[in-house]
Design a binder for this molecule. Structure first.
Ligand code: HEM
Length: 423
């Protein structure tokens, strides 16, 4: 293991930095494996104060007010390039530098680059852009439910929840049909890297995924140059001043951000509905209630549990002097249960009056670009699922994803019950 660690260090000091920053201290702080219920640990953080320093020297907050404040402050931004990198920023393959999506996409860039890149893809996510997606979302949900209905048990995640967002984002990007499975594979490899790369095998898998994805994108770009469509890649290709790196990083961001998060929203929402029979009854009677169920799932069990911000200059935060560049973990999932904002915060109560104050989609300039699309996909999935299978029930143990950043089920066997005939 010494040899392995040395190789890892050699391969990418950034990996080690990522783990030093988030992975191990977070595990030690929470004293738990990521698969277990993290919410009691968040309450322990809240009980210690507004801004808490862990034994490892990591700052974190469970306060809704402080999270919101730091997300909106212009003197705070994302981590410096390299800090979060799961890929060695000097890695070259076949003479080309591998693009590191975590480091180079606008998710982790500050203005003015952030503003410039976000603006290029924003039109697809406006209310008008979303209306154009609505039919695709409904069609995709129905198609996969038709598939699922052929068996009395299926994996809610692998056979349904994961397929919907992949198909929707592939459609937005203009990816031809045959490539969707590969897309899903690359998306998973990239999102797994968010937690840090644990060993050489994972590092290799990540590099392989990135390489395949870049080769695929280079082909897609060529294709769209010759035959432009009304998709995002065609639009990006039309911008002559966009570098290859920016194009790849932006496309990768949309794939990763739009895929794993939405899968987990659907999974977490179904878990909540199965645990609350009255919510299920109401959902079956009134499909429009799905919107409220999705919103409350985002609050109580959000797919993205935390993010990080750093001050550009030394500054005071909640009475503590924070040196320039010090990362602060903003526990979005804990902020969503802050009793200062939410009445009876641990209760699952769709339609609660304070329900939309949650930070599941972050806030400020990095507010999730796909929030509207995610809500639409989540609600369509719930409506479709419980409309078709009102007696849906768990058919075995749910396996959780081994991640602290992303929360959700990796495998979720369900039984359809008696299916309603679909007309
Ligand atoms: C950013 C959550 C779905 C695209 C974010 C951030 C969060 C988030 C928390 C901000 C991170 C930060 O402030 O550091 C979620 C959740 C989703 C979801 C919980 C599903 C339930 C989507 C979808 C798309 C998308 C469907 C697009 C297809 C993006 C993009 C950003 C982003 C592009 C970067 C925005 C920026 O930096 O300006 N998302 N997301 N997300 N999300 Fe989502």
């Amino acid at each position: 293991s010494v040899v392995k660690n040395a190789t890892l260090l050699f391969l990418g000091r950034s990996v080690v930095r990522l783990q030093a920053l988030l992975g191990d201290p977070a595990a030690r702080l929470f004293g738990m494996s990521p698969s277990r219920d993290p919410y009691p640990a968040y309450e322990a953080v809240r009980a210690r104060g507004t801004l808490v320093k862990s034994r490892m020297g990591l700052y974190l907050t469970a306060s809704h007010e402080l999270c919101l404040d730091l997300l909106k402050r212009p003197d705070f931004g994302t981590l410096p390039a390299g800090a979060l990198s799961p890929v060695d920023s000097n890695a070259h393959v076949d003479g080309r530098r591998l693009v590191n999506p975590v480091e180079e996409s606008f998710l982790v860039r500050n203005p003015p680059d952030h503003t410039r890149l976000r603006r290029l893809v924003a039109p697809w996510f406006t209310p008008k852009g979303l209306r154009a997606q609505a039919a695709t979302v409904e069609r995709v949900v129905e198609e996969y439910l038709d598939d699922a209905a052929r068996h009395s048990t299926f994996d809610l995640v692998g056979d349904f929840a994961a397929r919907v967002p992949i198909q929707v984002i592939a459609d937005l990007l203009g990816v031809p049909g045959a490539d969707h499975q590969a897309f899903a594979r690359w998306g998973s490899a990239l999102v797994n890297a968010l937690d840090g790369v644990r060993d050489l095998g994972e590092m290799r898998a990540l590099h392989r995924g990135l390489r395949e994805f870049e080769a695929f994108l280079d082909d897609l770009v060529e294709h769209r140059r010759r035959e432009p469509g009304d998709d995002i890649v065609s639009a990006l290709v039309a911008h002559d001043d966009l570098t290859r790196e920016d194009l790849i990083a932006t496309t990768e961001l949309l794939l990763v951000a739009g895929f794993e998060t939405t899968v987990n929203l659907i999974g977490n929402a179904v878990l909540a509905v199965l645990a609350h029979p009255r919510v299920r009854e109401r959902l079956i009677d009134d499909p429009a209630y799905a919107d409220a169920v999705i919103e409350e799932t985002l609050r109580l069990d959000p797919p993205v549990q935390y993010t990080v911000r750093i001050p550009f200059k030394s500054t005071r935060v909640a009475g503590t002097w924070i040196p320039k560049g010090t990362p602060i973990m903003l526990m979005l999932a804990a902020a969503n249960r802050d009793p200062a904002v939410f009445a009876d915060p641990h209760r699952f109560e769709p339609g609660r009056p304070d329900g939309r104050e949650h930070l599941a989609f972050s806030s400020g300039i990095h507010y999730c670009l796909g929030a509207g699309l995610a809500r639409m996909e989540g609600a369509a999935a719930l409506r479709g699922l419980f409309g078709r299978f009102p007696d849906l029930r768990a058919a075995g143990r749910v396996r959780r994803r081994p991640s602290r950043v992303i929360r959700g089920a990796a495998r979720f066997p369900v039984h359809t019950g008696a299916a309603r005939h679909h007309t």
